[in-house]
Ligand binder design. Structure first.
Ligand code: HGY
Ligand code: MN
Ligand code: MN
Ligand code: MN
Length: 422
């Protein structure tokens, strides 16, 4: 066949490690937060600036770029057209959480561009052309729709224009600023079959690889997640004159919900994780009993049944706390992502790549969500992990040893080559 001897012919190919590390450092300056870490929220001016930096870098490298109606950046080699045939899509995201790290997402995008550039510079003729992607707004930190860009591209962004920030400002204004197009949002969806396969390189964001001293993780599955937006409504009242027995204190009710959420994934072991990460108290005044609290709870598990039970457990705790406190408690699911498996042939491509490079590897699940799990609904996916120092992520201390970053990008390069025969 056309791919006979293909891998052997390119076994010596390597990415430019110094270039990769330099670009990661440059990108980390965009959205650097004076309070620590990086705040480069999806569809914000900071994410736009990061996308502009990527476009400049691609132009210098002689790569062609296109921003789609959802704000995703697509990159391909100049002599290829992504519409011509199913492509090997490779990428991640460049947005962060508030005060996040410099590698979550950014590493996978910079590495994908590096791989594409090396293929371009070496004029490597790929049977399945590679397209790099920087998905917009993976985290959903500003516009409350995680996986915004990958959902749009995969045709699973339902009611996208209803998305808004926490102040109720609609996504459309943000999208126009990001070079997208609210009017043509549906056109961001690729036709069925347009993605032959998807690969994503990412930091592990947990401690396993570092603890075991293994440089490469071969991801076998990604957890599913449900996010609940919860409103606790009590009564704002004077903190000095209202008898304790007469209060409907939303802060206290919220506290009970928070503790119950923790129990769901600890003592009760209903699902793998359960987290209250966001809380907003009103009026947030020292000498006024809290009237309302908004909080978000998320539950995760690889087992879909346990995810459903986790959500049900949170809802039943909300009902219990409501009855006991006299506060109204309303929970609304604002996002559900399914757990997915990676495709065995792509796992093999990653393992083969690591073997070619003499790098030990470990097969492992992902406790973090990734754009890959959205793409998995329409195409086979593969994922590569590199170690995270002390397992830290979604925090300023997020880091990975430079040598591991270079190893991971070389594994991505050889996985792209290996996936040609997968
Ligand atoms: O939250 C997550 O798992 C992902 O980093 N967005
Ligand atoms: Mn993240
Ligand atoms: Mn990420
Ligand atoms: Mn007073």
């Amino acid at each position: 066949g056309p791919v006979d001897g293909f891998l052997e012919g390119h076994a010596g190919l390597r990415i430019d490690g110094a270039r990769l590390l330099d670009r990661l450092e440059e990108l980390a300056k965009i959205g650097a937060d004076p309070a620590g870490g990086i705040t480069r929220l999806g569809l914000s001016a900071q994410e736009n600036a990061a996308m502009a930096y990527l476009r400049d870098l691609c132009a210098e490298a002689g790569l062609a770029t296109e921003t789609d109606p959802a704000g995703n950046l697509l990159v391909h080699r100049p002599r290829t057209r992504r519409e011509a045939a199913p492509v090997l899509l490779v990428g991640s995201h460049v947005d962060t959480v508030v005060q996040g790290g410099r590698l979550d997402g950014a590493y996978g995008v910079i590495a994908a561009l590096e791989v594409l550039q090396v293929l371009h510079e070496n004029d490597v003729d790929l049977p399945v052309e590679m397209v790099a992607v920087a998905f917009a707004n993976e985290e959903g930190a500003l516009i409350q729709t995680p996986f915004w860009g990958s959902r749009a591209l995969c045709g699973s962004l339902e009611d996208g224009l209803a998305a808004e920030d926490r102040a109720g400002r609609p996504v459309s204004a943000y999208l126009a600023q990001a070079g997208g197009s609210p009017e043509r949002l549906a056109d961001a969806a690729w036709s069925p079959g347009a993605i032959a396969a998807y690969l994503e390189l990412h930091i592990e964001q947990g401690p396993s690889l570092e603890r075991l001293g293994v440089p490469i993780g071969v991801v076998d599955g990604i957890v599913g997640r449900t996010i609940l937006d919860i409103d606790v409504v009590g009564e704002a009242q004077h903190a000095g004159t209202t008898p304790m027995a007469d209060r409907r204190d939303a802060m206290v009710a919220a506290a009970e919900i928070i503790l119950a959420v923790q129990r769901i994934a600890t003592e009760d072991a209903v699902c793998a994780t359960a987290t209250t990460g966001y809380l907003e108290a009103h009026p947030n005044v020292t000498n006024t009993i809290t009237g309302t609290v908004r909080l978000t709870v998320e539950v995760r598990d690889t087992d879909p049944a346990k995810l459903v039970r986790g959500e049900a457990a949170v809802r039943s705790e909300c009902a219990r706390v409501s009855a006991a406190s006299g506060c109204a408690v309303e929970a609304r699911a604002s996002m559900r992502s399914r757990s997915v498996s990676t495709a065995p042939p792509l796992r093999d491509a990653v393992r083969g790549a690591a073997d070619t490079l003499g790098l030990p590897h470990l097969t492992m699940p992902s406790g973090a969500g990734h754009d890959a799990q959205i793409v998995a609904l329409v195409a086979p996916i593969g994922m590569i992990f590199v170690p995270s120092k002390r397992g830290i992520s979604h925090a300023p201390g997020e880091d990975t040893a430079p040598a591991d970053l270079v190893h991971g990008a070389n594994v991505l390069l050889h996985s792209v080559l290996g996936a040609q025969t997968a």
